[in-house]
Design a protein around this ligand. Structure first.
Ligand SMILES: Cc1ncc(C[n+]2csc(CCOP(=O)(O)OP(=O)(O)O)c2C)c(N)n1
Ligand SMILES: [Mg+2]
Length: 441
């Protein structure tokens, strides 16, 4: 673990007597309300409700019972005569203490030397981030020309997350799975611009033979298991892939990316629990870009500090600045090592998308000022400034890289245009059918 990280300690102490006192008082108040709501209320006729009301009456009158004689025989005979004995369970806690230290990987903390990257590797990271940016800018243009149909969710602004994490794993033997905002990750893992652009165009030369489109990039070579459209639903699949790595004992890990919006999905929590319980080689990576469609996280989550969920699953957790590629790289290095030792983690990577949720989003939920201030943190401009400052390359060389990348993207558009659409005969291929499914007639 890096020693320079800032710990976030949490200590929650609950004094047992206080807890029980407040708990009882709350129960009495709640039950009292039900009782006083009157017998004309249909709810009070429900067997459970009326039973609860009796219970209230007992609680309310219990302290007075010794002094007064109740006229209700039923109440008197059913009332407990003695107080419950004090707990004799030696394992029952006197207080609940949680003391945790979470890691943080802030922006600007690491040099490339600190994290073990060569000058050459830094330049190829820069080139890769630019490839994602230029690819998507061109894809947006092609969408406007109706060359691309369906959905198109752009990753622009988040490139340091994909590039930084892909550079820190063993591509081809480690596995990766993500949601529908998947172009950047595909390109970061080494998929070609040609197969990606052709997929957007729905052409047979695309990575999913033109049948997946923007949301369903897959690559066997890169072990990218999608590209999934149902929010949170791929997280259990990723945990299953991690299970397979453990079962086969092949040394691989699975990086499972999902958005802040997915954190509210039950499947994510069930999968997190199993990942920890079964000690699976996985990293759960929350790409927190602050919005789920048009909903800001503070409007959707009672606890927007997502790493706190790790407490429930006994996992290490970290907050990572996703606008700095070195911070992402460092965090994934550390947590990939842990995953290989069968200790899964939760990382909250703070990032931002500069474009709308999808191409039809008018972005009314955020101000221009917010967007502009986030653009000052642009991960590509940050890396460009770093490269120049540390004299890893001149501006002229960086411009040259940009020109080369633009050329690669232009060629990918030509490739996609010229490629054929899938043959009509293949329309039912790769469709899963279970002919003996019992409920189909
Ligand atoms: C189960 C489910 N509910 C709702 C949707 C509609 N939907 C599509 S994307 C999205 C927002 C997800 O936001 P987030 O997970 O933060 O990912 P981001 O788009 O920010 O990358 C929603 C609600 C869906 N696809 N699946
Ligand atoms: Mg989001």
């Amino acid at each position: 673990m890096p020693t320079q990280n800032r710990p976030i300690p949490i200590r929650i102490g609950l004094f047992k007597g206080f807890f029980i006192g407040v708990g009882c008082a709350a129960t009495l108040v709640r039950l009292d309300l039900i009782h006083s709501s009157g017998t004309s209320n249909h709810c009070s006729n429900h067997p459970n409700q009326s039973g609860m009301a009796n219970e209230i009456q007992r609680n309310k009158t219990q302290s007075k019972r010794s002094a007064k004689t109740s006229k209700s025989t039923a109440t008197r005979t059913r009332a407990p005569k003695t107080r419950a004995p004090a707990s004799t369970n030696a394992n029952f806690p006197d207080e609940i203490n949680i003391s945790l230290t979470f890691e943080t990987y802030p922006a600007g903390k690491y040099t490339h030397g600190d994290v073990g990257l060569s000058d050459h590797q830094v330049l190829s990271m820069y080139q890769n981030m630019l490839l994602q940016r230029r690819f998507e800018e061109r894809a947006a243009q092609m969408y406007g020309k109706q060359k691309i149909g369906g959905f198109l969710h752009l990753y622009i602004g988040q490139e340091a997350v994909s590039t930084g994490s892909a550079a820190a794993i063993n591509i081809g033997s480690d596995s990766v799975i993500t949601a529908y905002r998947d172009h950047g990750l595909g390109l970061a893992l080494g998929m070609s611009a040609n197969e990606c652009m052709a997929e957007l165009f729905g052409k047979v030369t695309g990575c999913s033979r033109g049948k997946g489109g923007s949301m369903h990039f897959f690559s066997k070579e890169c072990r990218l298991f999608g590209g999934h459209g149902i929010v949170g639903a791929h997280v259990p699949v990723g945990v299953g892939i991690a299970f397979a790595h453990k079962y086969k004992d092949d040394g691989g890990i699975c990086l499972i990316y999902f958005g802040d919006g997915a954190v509210g999905q039950g499947a994510v929590h069930e999968a997190s629990n199993l990942a920890s319980l079964y000690e699976l080689p996985a990293i759960l990576i929350i790409e927190n870009n602050e919005y789920a469609m048009g909903t800001a996280i503070h409007r959707a989550f009672a606890e927007p500090r997502f790493t706190y969920h790790a407490v429930s699953y006994d996992m290490p957790a970290a907050v990572v600045d996703g606008m700095d590629v070195f911070s992402v790289y460092k965090a994934i290095q550390v947590h990939a090592d842990l995953a290989r030792q069968r200790k899964p983690s939760i990382l909250e990577v703070r990032t931002y998308r500069y474009r709308g949720h999808s191409m039809s989003d008018p972005m009314n939920y955020r101000t221009k000022e917010e967007l502009d201030s986030k653009k000052n943190e642009d991960p590509i401009l940050r890396l460009k400034a770093y490269i120049v400052e540390h004299q890893l390359a001149t501006l002229k060389i960086l411009d040259q890289i940009d020109e080369e990348v633009k050329e690669v993207v232009l060629r990918s558009v030509e490739f996609a245009e010229e490629s054929p659409v899938p043959d009509l005969d293949t329309i039912y291929e790769n469709i899963y059918e279970e002919s003996d499914y019992p409920y189909l007639v």
